[in-house]
Ligand binder design. Sequence first.
Ligand code: SAM
Length: 197
Amino acid sequence: MILNTCEFLAMNNPLRAAMQRHLEARWFLREGGAMNGGRALEIGCGRGVGAGIIADRFQAAAVDAFDLDPRMIARAERRLAGRRNVKLWTGDATLIQADDATYDAVFDFGIIHHIPEWRAALAEVCRVLKPGGRFYAEEVLKAFILSPIWRRLLDHPLEDRFDHREFLDGLARAGFTVVAEKPLWNCFGWYIADKKA
Ligand SMILES: C[S@@+](CC[C@H](N)C(=O)[O-])C[C@H]1O[C@@H](n2cnc3c(N)ncnc32)[C@H](O)[C@@H]1O
């Protein structure tokens, strides 16, 4: 599901970029380490801030990234122009355009809660990871999505959302072993999980 105007503005500003750089990426690096080479995928890449972080701070050799919303991909293309190791396309996380076992790591900066069939997205992430590959995910939980104020302001699927425990269960069912996890105020969850070898 693409973003409504309110969330589009919330995602396309310097504050969101600072949160990705200084909070989310920092925790991912501390708990999960850098890649130091290898091929990464970012699902729901938005305007491309995450793909730049993955290349620069996680030291991926190549970064593929896609988003359902062509407006986001147009922004990402402008931001990442000139980076020869980044490839962008418009696509859907429930049907990832990549062969099985392609990537060493997959990154999710807050997108799976936008997907009605979120378990299908987890299964796709697992499919495209190499055995032992790492999934870095930051997610928004149902207590936030279903709260009256955010329901009014934002546009999310409302059926079958997940809390922290349900997302952990989804990861296990998709074929991951969770390496690190952190719930924040029952509203957000940060996860690092490896595809079983
Ligand atoms: C909350 S925004 C996060 C954007 C970016 N990752 C960031 O952290 O700034 C969620 C993004 O997921 C994208 N999205 C929603 N459903 C998707 C799907 N099924 N496949 C790929 N991207 C999707 C939206 O277009 C949007 O750009």
